[in-house]
Design a protein around this ligand. Sequence first.
Ligand SMILES: [Zn+2]
Length: 156
Amino acid sequence: MNLKLSFHPEFCQDILCHSDTARRCGLDNRCPPELLGNLSRLSALLGEIQQSLNIRSGALKINSGFRAEALNAQVGGVPNSQHCWGLAADVVCPEFGPPCDLAMAIAQLPCEFDQLILEFGKWVHVSIAPLDQTPRRECLSIFSKNEGYLEGIVKR
Ligand SMILES: [Zn+2]
């Protein structure tokens, strides 16, 4: 099967798989072919968010996209994280505003995200649902592991 997957030019495979930590630790963080379909849909969602919020080209930064298991363990990600399935990206956009404002703005968009999580006030985790599941549009915040997840995007 020769399936041609499309990627938003700014959220291409290289950008979504790039990791300074993986590079530093010599970890292979290429996305396996069977997960590229997810990564392509994630790319489209990020493009939609950028366009809908009128974010300038190049201003929406991906802190972490796809994570192979080894990288996920290295960065202390939750086991079986959506990042490991090519379904999630952690983003920031200093030009737009602090992560809390970015998360609140994304929450208002009609786009089909699965989870939107304001994490430690520092970045926004946005994910898509697996193909066979309905996007939940779930909004959560977490400030500390002790306190755990809170309902909604919480400003602190
Ligand atoms: Zn994340």
